[in-house]
Design a protein around this ligand. Sequence first.
Ligand code: COA
Length: 367
Amino acid sequence: MSYAHITGWGMSVPKKVLDNQAITQMVDTNDEWIVSRTGIRERRIAGEDETTASLATQAALNALETAHLLPASVDLIIVATSSPEHTFPSTASLVQDRIGAYRAGAYDLSAACSGFIFGLNTANQAIRSGDVNNVLVIGSETLTRFVNWKDRNTCILFGDGAGAFVLQSSEIPGGILSGVTRSDGSGGDLLILPAGGSFMPANFDSVHNELHYIQMNGREVFRFATKVMANATQEALRAARLSIDDVKLIIPHQANQRIIESAARKLHISMDRVMVNVDTYGNTSTASIPIATCEAISSGRIAPGDKVVFVGFGAGLTWGATVAQWSGPIVPKPLILPTHFRFLARLRSLLLRLTRRIEGVIWGRIE
Ligand code: COA
């Protein structure tokens, strides 16, 4: 029997910080309103040279470094994202090429802000089935590129960033203990990016009517979120045959401080058992849970053996939770570090492109 252990974690955020004061220059709002309604004080904004794939690549390499695992050993890469670089190829394929994970299959997972939880649960199932041994699950976003900076209901909320976990199979019991994955498509219109898909490809009208930006019914999303966060946590704990008292730390999706506090109240736990960093990053969608986890570890709030719950919600509507026993690296440190693979991966990618070109010329496909 294989268990899926979380053996590596890493994050990467853009350099540029946008605080609430800067947003008051764009829309009619103020720092006091944003902080009291959301808990957010600042967020990161991707610069021109920072993209969903570049942030994901760096987070993945950092996670591999923590796990002591080389990219060549990765079997599967799942990138959960709502802001992929393209409809296709998948952002996961770009990451696969850039880290040099030449044995890996790679695909994107679309479940909005619940995507990282859905990715963890899927990776757990893949490892438990015995099909794969080493999986990278990444949440990466540049959602601020889809935000209408004239809409004060949404532009205050989102930020950019990426986070990644390495999951590895082991015969030792532990790792991911249970997972809950849920959807309710009847609420799809509550949080939607109307244009840019096959239903309404981007055109002059869609841009003119600002339909290529995020639209949200904030109050309804708030109501939904406060209902499902505690329920999903309890359901996942029951599946793992644990009680809330067994849990060291809850790591929720970082959308809004008030939603997190409401979930804590429903679970009858104090806020010192809940990780919160929404104040510094805003809502980074699929990246928020792995980023919060990295910060929880670096501040000593989780240690090997501790039980943790990851819980999230998002557009779709979607929600889910994962219960895990914290692990850490299970293999010794290699001589070459995963980050050294970046150069090798670039060289390999160049050689593959060159070979394809030369073959094209030889066989007359390219002039
Ligand atoms: N600054 C100042 N006032 C604002 C504002 C802003 N940035 N945004 C909205 N307001 C105003 C509204 O226009 C409204 O004014 P009115 O009463 O004159 O009409 C008032 O504040 C209250 O608006 P309301 O929408 O009821 O506020 P709220 O307390 O529900 O907070 C959200 C709004 C968006 C912060 C909150 O609904 C929320 O966080 N929802 C969940 C969103 C979320 O998590 N989305 C991501 C899911 S993954």
